[in-house]
Design a protein. Sequence first.
Length: 209
Amino acid sequence: MAATLELTIATNGAEPYKSRLKELFPQMIAPQQMEFRGWTAVRALPYLDPSAKDQMREAVKTYMAGLDKKLDATPFGVPPSLGTWGGSGAVVDMAIRMYFLHKAFPDLVGPEYTLRAVNYILGTHPVSSTSYVAGVGTVSKMKTYSNNRADNSYIPGAVIPGYIIIKPDFPECIDDFGFLWFEDEAVVAGSANWVLAGNAADAITKESK
């Protein structure tokens, strides 16, 4: 699905990619797909019949109803970090996903989802108000686990996983120690996603002025 979508966009709707995209579209917007690859179907709409947008609208309605119930589980309104690895990646993904859905269906998806997720990454989260983006924010993570880990330093713009829950219920994200990779590891993909999420939030705030 991802390859077909990208090839359709890259060729401006050329065949056989467009026809294959049309075939795959119902699968892409199935409820079990929406939170993963399904939401990217909004990028396919310019190359499909107008009825595709109506189908997507119904899929987004269903998705949003379920999502809001999930997000109500925490006071931060973002996916909680419940596993053995910090969950900031899921929050950044939410910021991106909701931005694209907001642009396609502003009456169904408000801008607050993206802004909430970005604010969370920048310090509105459990344990501390330390920004998870190294070097960004008044107080940010200054010791990360990456190519710099032996230096007790950071790479600007690196995004860490963030807090974890130490069983049974203790949230932890240590600021001044960079060797816990499940809290502090910074990878290229996560940082690249943050660039998109940060720009999405910036675009939303500029539109509101």
